[in-house]
Design a protein around this ligand. Structure first.
Ligand SMILES: NC(=O)c1ccc[n+]([C@@H]2O[C@H](COP(=O)([O-])OP(=O)(O)OC[C@H]3O[C@@H](n4cnc5c(N)ncnc54)[C@H](O)[C@@H]3O)[C@@H](O)[C@H]2O)c1
Length: 328
């Protein structure tokens, strides 16, 4: 994973994730919705995410888990992933790599791209709900997209988590963020912020409808499995809702709970992010609308980010060659 951290730059990941959304918008990908196994007694799940982009001759499968008790009980991350890059010509594996950092980076980049098309161009403030690994990537990607921010507020149910994020980011972003603070109430990280990101493991709404005002953009990241939810349903009814993929979003994204209850339908979705990137539909059209990106994470974000890492590793002589498949 350390090699990948050295090899992947957020500006490059933003570019490939935008391309992933473009290819999805053009319907030039094979990408069945994620498949899940539910380890209920361990409060965890495992997903399998295959993809193939024919025009680029790229294919991969990612296996990724989400176990919310891992940090406390096992000293392991909530999310861990392994990715196999496949040669479409033979089906043979080209590389096996850590998929955890790839997942982190491409998920941050998805919000960076969504915010580019959906947030107000003059956005200068960001509220982060959740201060884990993903929050760090969200901050990095949104900062890369908007260059400078005046006001960043961080809330986590564990005050030490938000304080740690603020402590480690203050020095790092000294030149680019005027004020970076940990707050002890989620309302303070939402009200009046131009962009809000929810990236917790919550299964109950945290963000209240009454805190949201015209012009705000919300990236909903944490809900990526059935039953997960971070914002009140009424917000979805007021917002221009953009999904990354309808099948995944309706099953496991921020809209999955209201969809299963029959109070949100496909007709309530404005567009996919791919439609917007391709230009089939405009993104934000006025300073007053509330926009919302429901991210579930696409396998094509993974394969394009993995290819970026694979090429960079070969160029820099990183990684280890080993024989896994024998010729007949
Ligand atoms: N949409 C996607 O593509 C995508 C990709 C990766 C991760 N995720 C999801 O994002 C979430 C965060 O992932 P991570 O790697 O940062 O996990 P993490 O465990 O590192 O961080 C989660 C943070 O949320 C905090 N939290 C939990 N419940 C909260 C609540 N009610 N209010 C405020 N804070 C709360 C925790 O204290 C923790 O600091 C997970 O649910 C994960 O499944 C989504």
């Amino acid at each position: 994973m350390d090699d990948l951290k050295r090899l992947l730059e957020m500006k490059d990941v933003l570019a490939v994730v935008e391309n992933a959304f473009r290819l999805a918008g053009l319907k030039k990908v094979q990408m069945p919705p994620k498949m899940y196994l539910f380890f209920e007694k361990y409060n965890g799940d495992l997903r399998c995410m295959p993809s193939y982009i024919e025009d680029l001759d790229l294919s991969a499968v990612k296996i990724v888990n989400v176990h919310m008790n891992n940090p406390k009980k096992h000293d392991l991350r909530t999310i861990m992933a392994t990715l196999v890059l496949i040669d479409p010509a033979t089906g043979a594996p080209l590389a096996i790599m850590d998929g955890t950092h790839i997942t982190d980076m491409r998920t941050g980049a998805a919000s960076g791209i969504a915010s580019k098309y959906l947030a107000r161009k003059d956005s200068r403030s960001l509220g982060l709900i959740g201060a884990g690994f993903q929050a760090r990537m969200q901050l990095l990607a949104i900062l890369q997209t908007f260059e400078k921010l005046d006001d960043v507020r961080v809330y986590d149910i564990l005050p030490a988590a938000s304080e740690n994020l603020v402590a480690e980011s203050t020095e790092r972003y000294r030149e680019r963020i005027r004020s970076l603070t940990a707050v002890d109430n989620p309302k303070d990280a939402v009200e009046g912020m131009d962009i809000v990101v929810t990236c917790t493991t919550s299964r109950k709404p945290i963000v209240k409808n009454s805190w949201i005002s015209p012009g705000q953009h919300i990236n909903c990241i944490g809900a990526d499995a059935p039953g997960k939810q971070e914002i009140e349903v009424e917000i979805l009814k007021r917002a221009k809702v953009v999904v990354d993929n309808w099948a995944q979003a309706s099953h496991s994204g921020e809209i999955n709970v209201p969809f299963s209850q029959g109070i949100f339908s496909e007709d309530d979705v404005y567009a996919t992010i791919g439609d917007i990137v391709v230009g089939n539909k405009p993104g934000r059209v006025s300073d007053d609308e509330i926009t919302l990106f429901c991210s579930t994470g696409l396998a094509i974000q993974d394969v394009l980010t993995a290819k970026l890492a694979f090429d960079a590793a070969r160029k820099n002589g990183l990684g280890k060659e080993f024989e896994l498949i024998q010729s007949i």
